[in-house]
Design a protein around this ligand. Structure first.
Ligand code: ADP
Length: 404
C-alpha cells in the first residue's frame, strides 16, 4: 500500500509518502509557517533525488495538504499519477491519554476522545486536530489512521504508572505516567527482539531513545514494564533543555526564591535546563563536544552536562535490569544514541557487573546505521538501531486499512 504519513505541528506539517510493500520512501517534505505570512513547502522526490522549495500561501492545514498532494502528483517532482494512488493517511499523534492503547481508524468517536487529550498536550493535540481536519477537507474519501506516541506505554502495569500521590488525583485528573517516544521504543525493541535467538515473550530489552528529548524504556516480553518519561515529557534523564527527574520539592522552593509563577517555573524546567542550563553553552550535544574539545571557558560545565546524562542513563539501565530480573539487550537510538559514540562508550564502560562486554572498536564506527557494539561473548547484546517512526505509522495504517 502507499501511505501518506503526516506529522502536524501548530504551524508546520512534515510528511513522508511510503510504499509499505517495499518500505521505500518515495517522497518527503515539510510545510512551514502555515497560517503565517511567507508560508513555504520544501518537497523532496527521493526516487529521483530531486527537491524544490516553493513559497505559497497556506492559510491552514487543509491548504498545506492540498499543496502536498499537488507535489506528490506533480509531473516533475511527483511520484504518483493522481490522488487515487494514495491508499490512506497515517497521523503521528503525541498524546492519546489512556484512551488509546493502539493505532486506530479515525471516526467521530475517536475524534471526540482525541479532543479530551487536549488536557495532556494542548499545543500538540490542537495541531494534530488541525492536521486531521485538513486531510478530511483535502481528501475526504481517504481512510485516516492515528498512531500515538503514548500507545505502546499503555502496556505498563499500575505499579509502574501510578504515582504515590493521593489516589484521587489519578481518578480526577488522570495524573499517571504516560511516557513518550512510544512508537520509537516499539520499533527498536521489536527490531532488537528479532535479533535475539528466543521467543519475543522471553525477551528483556532496554531501549535508550536519546535525542533532544530522551527517554529510556524497559520492554519485557514485548510489553513496556517501565519508562523514564512520566505524566509529561519533562521526566526522566537530562535532555537538551529539560531537567528530567529532580526532587519535586525544588519546584516550590525555587518559585518562592525567584518569585516565579507556575508558568515561569515550567519554562525554566522545560526550556532553560538540561544541557543548556548546566553547561551555559548549548542544548545540542555536538556543541558541548566542540566546547570540550576546544577547552573553551565553559568546557568543564559542558563536560559536567554530559557526565550527568551518562550517570543517569546508567542508573536507569541498572534499575530496569533489576525490575526485569535481567536484560538481554540494550539499544541506542535517535540523534545522540545513533551518532554519539563517545557517549555510548561512557554509558557502557564499567558495566561488566551486568554482563556487558563492550566492543569499543565497533562502537567507534557505528553512526546512523544498525550495528552490534558488544562483543560476541557479551552476555548482554548492545546495539545501535536507527529509529523509524514513520515506517511504523505507515505499516500500522496499511494493516488497519487492509482489514477494512
Ligand atoms: P529530536 O529529539 O528533536 O528528534 P534528534 O533525535 O535529532 O532530535 O537529536 C538531537 C540531538 O542529537 C542533538 O543533541 C544532537 O547533538 C544529536 N545529533 C543529531 N545528529 C547528530 C549527528 N549526526 N552527530 C552527532 N550528534 C547528532
Amino acid at each position: 500500500m502507499k501511505i501518506l504519513v503526516v506529522n502536524a505541528g501548530s504551524s508546520s506539517l512534515k510528511y513522508q509518502f511510503i510504499d509499505t510493500d517495499t518500505n521505500v520512501v518515495f517522497a518527503k517534505g515539510l510545510c512551514e509557517r502555515i497560517g503565517i505570512e511567507g508560508s513555504l513547502i520544501n518537497h523532496k522526490q527521493l526516487l529521483k533525488s530531486i527537491g524544490t522549495t516553493e513559497t505559497a500561501p497556506m492559510k491552514n492545514h487543509a491548504d498545506a495538504m492540498k499543496l502536498v498532494v499537488k507535489y506528490l502528483t506533480d509531473a516533475e517532482y511527483g511520484c504518483i499519477a493522481d490522488m487515487n494512488e494514495i491508499d490512506a493517511i497515517g497521523h503521528r499523534v503525541v498524546h492519546g491519554g489512556a484512551y488509546f492503547s493502539e493505532s486506530i481508524l479515525l471516526s467521530d468517536d475517536v475524534l471526540a476522545k482525541l479532543e479530551l487529550c487536549r488536557d495532556f498536550a494542548p499545543l500538540h493535540t490542537e495541531a494534530h486536530l488541525m492536521g486531521i481536519k485538513g486531510c478530511l477537507e483535502a481528501m475526504p474519501e481517504k481512510p485516516q489512521v492515528l498512531v500515538f506516541d503514548t500507545a505502546f506505554h499503555q502496556s505498563m502495569a499500575p505499579d509502574a504508572y501510578i504515582y504515590a500521590l493521593p489516589y484521587e488525583y489519578y481518578e480526577k485528573y488522570g495524573i499517571r505516567r504516560y511516557g513518550a517516544h512510544g512508537t520509537s521504543h516499539r520499533y527498536v525493541s521489536a527490531e532488537m527482539a528479532k535479533l535475539l535467538d528466543k521467543p519475543v515473550e522471553e525477551t528483556k530489552i532496554i531501549t535508550c531513545h536519546l535525542g533532544n528529548g530522551s527517554s529510556i524504556t524497559a520492554v519485557k516480553g514485548g510489553k513496556v514494564m517501565d519508562t523514564s518519561m512520566g505524566f509529561t515529557p519533562l521526566a526522566g534523564v537530562e535532555m537538551g533543555t529539560r531537567c528530567g527527574d529532580i526532587d519535586p520539592a525544588i519546584v516550590p522552593y525555587v518559585m518562592e526564591k525567584e518569585n516565579l509563577t507556575p508558568d515561569q517555573v515550567n519554562t525554566v524546567m522545560n526550556k532553560k535546563s538540561g544541557f543548556l542550563g548546566v553547561s551555559g553553552v548549548s542544548s545540542d550535544a555536538r556543541d558541548l563536544d566542540t566546547a570540550i574539545k576546544e577547552g573553551s571557558a565553559n568546557s568543564e560545565r559542558a563536560q559536567l552536562a554530559i557526565n550527568i546524562l551518562v550517570h543517569q542513563i546508567k542508573k536507569f539501565i541498572g534499575s530496569y535490569a533489576a525490575v526485569m530480573n535481567g536484560v538481554d539487550a540494550i539499544v541506542f537510538t535517535a540523534g545522540i544514541g545513533e551518532n554519539n559514540a563517545a557517549l555510548r562508550e561512557l554509558v557502557c564502560s564499567n558495566m561488566e557487573y551486568l554482563g556487558v562486554e563492550f566492543d569499543k572498536a565497533a562502537n567507534a564506527t557505528a553512526r546512523g546505521v544498525m550495528m552490534k557494539i558488544s562483543t560476541d561473548n557479551s552476555k548482554v547484546a548492545v546495539y545501535v538501531i536507527p529509529t523509524n517512526e514513520e515506517l511504523v505509522i505507515a505499516k500500522d495504517t496499511a494493516a488497519i486499512v487492509a482489514a477494512l
